[in-house]
Design a protein around this ligand. Structure first.
Ligand SMILES: C[S@@+](CC[C@H](N)C(=O)[O-])C[C@H]1O[C@@H](n2cnc3c(N)ncnc32)[C@H](O)[C@@H]1O
Length: 378
């Protein structure tokens, strides 16, 4: 999670802060881990609107952009952990698997978890999480504080902690399988204590708050674009993978929603109807989707800051094709930085989970229309 976190401290953060300070609102249209939304919300006196197709993104964004006061982390942890009836302190939930993990033991764990009552244990226990980790996540989900913003802060901490524990290579498209070579990786992931990580992560999130209260929307960026105005500074970090993001983040999505229908396949995916699908991740449609989005943002007269890998990505888009598409409706200024980003298996030249790549930062201003035509707001 947090593909833009590294870039924020390497030029992007200063640029979006300076541009957002001149706007009436900052709109993060593909907010993902909410790293950019959090950055602007906590630093600039401007409301942030975070938009993404996925619910987990709305939870992460909302945990900060919807609050203008820090939350007390010890109070939150006390209420939350007490609500589990101390279950999260029991060895069955906090047990370690660092030694004596075998293929047979993993397969047995999978069989036992498959009939569990808890949604996370049933879907992912023995796969992405050890049975103990999965039970802990279920227990924590079941005792989330009812009141907002406490609930969102705790749920965001749980999503973050779960992302750190998954027994998978960097994302949740597929868990490690119990082969001889992967046993050590599974053992390492299963040895992580979810509750301990929640205790570490929650204070970081709880202490953050927005300078001005913002909003979150779970919707298609293209729908939201029609409702924006010339006061909005829009940040665009669209998909660069030809695989749907919901394939990589379904475990976090299930935790955010607290449930999913029966899962299937090696990746333990919920049914397709429960996984948001984006035209930006379809190779034959991504450019058209981007063109429509840019046209709508031009109609709404928004200024844009956009990032994208310079080289061609697996969804067919490249920095160059984006500049070409944008140059009709917008004046485009380009800055380029070397960035580290997750390829999600989507880069054409390598399958490494993380690699260095050149990423463009573009600032776009709507071109003024020719004389005689009126400037309209959507
Ligand atoms: C490259 S990631 C954004 C990463 C984010 N800036 C961060 O720092 O974590 C792209 C995001 O776009 C979302 N997405 C894909 N298609 C979308 C659409 N049509 N509307 C809104 N969000 C979309 C995905 O769910 C994913 O979270």
């Amino acid at each position: 999670m947090g593909s833009k976190r590294w870039m924020l401290s390497n030029g992007l953060g200063e640029l979006v802060s300076a541009e957002a300070a001149k706007a009436g609102r900052f709109v993060d249209l593909f907010s993902g881990s909410a790293a950019v939304s959090w950055h602007v919300a906590t630093k600039v006196d401007v409301p942030v609107l975070s938009v993404d197709l996925q619910t987990y993104s709305a939870v992460l964004a909302g945990a900060v952009v919807l609050r203008t006061r820090g939350a007390n982390p010890s109070r939150l942890l006390d209420i939350w952990l007490e609500g589990t009836g101390n279950l999260v302190n029991e060895p069955a939930v906090r047990g370690s698997h660092s030694s004596s993990l075998s293929r047979a033991r993993i397969l047995r764990a999978r069989r036992e978890c498959a009939t569990a009552a808890g949604a996370i244990t049933r879907a992912y226990g023995g796969h992405y999480f050890s049975p103990a980790q999965a039970r802990a996540i279920d227990a924590l989900l079941g005792s989330l504080p009812a009141r907002e913003p406490d609930r969102s802060v705790c749920l965001a901490a749980l999503i973050w902690a779960a992302a750190r524990c998954v027994a998978a290579p960097g994302h949740t498209a597929q868990p490690f399988q119990p082969t001889t070579t992967a046993l050590a990786s599974i053992a390492e992931a299963w040895s992580k204590d979810v509750v301990q990580i929640v205790k570490q992560v929650l204070p970081t999130i709880a202490r953050l708050s927005a300078v001005t209260r913002g909003d979150v929307i779970t919707d298609d960026a293209t729908n939201v674009a029609t409702k924006l105005t010339c006061d909005d500074l829009v940040f665009l970090d669209p998909p660069y993978s030809a695989a749907q993001y919901s394939r990589f983040y379904h475990v976090l999505e299930t935790i955010a929603r607290g449930q999913c229908s029966a899962v299937s396949g090696v990746g333990r995916y919920p049914p397709a109807a429960e996984r948001p699908s984006s035209r930006f991740s379809l190779k034959g449609q991504a450019l058209d989707a981007l063109q429509i989005l840019l046209d709508r943002l031009r109609m709404s007269e928004c200024r844009i800051v956009m990032t994208f890998p310079q080289q061609r990505s697996s969804n067919g888009l490249s920095g160059e094709s984006i500049v070409q598409a944008a140059r009709g409706p917008f004046e485009v200024d380009i800055t380029s930085v070397v960035a580290r980003h997750s390829t999600l298996g989507g880069n054409n030249s390598a399958r490494a989970a993380r690699r260095s790549s050149q990423e463009l930062i573009m600032v776009m201003r709507p071109r003024t229309r020719s004389r005689g035509r009126s400037r309209t707001r959507a």
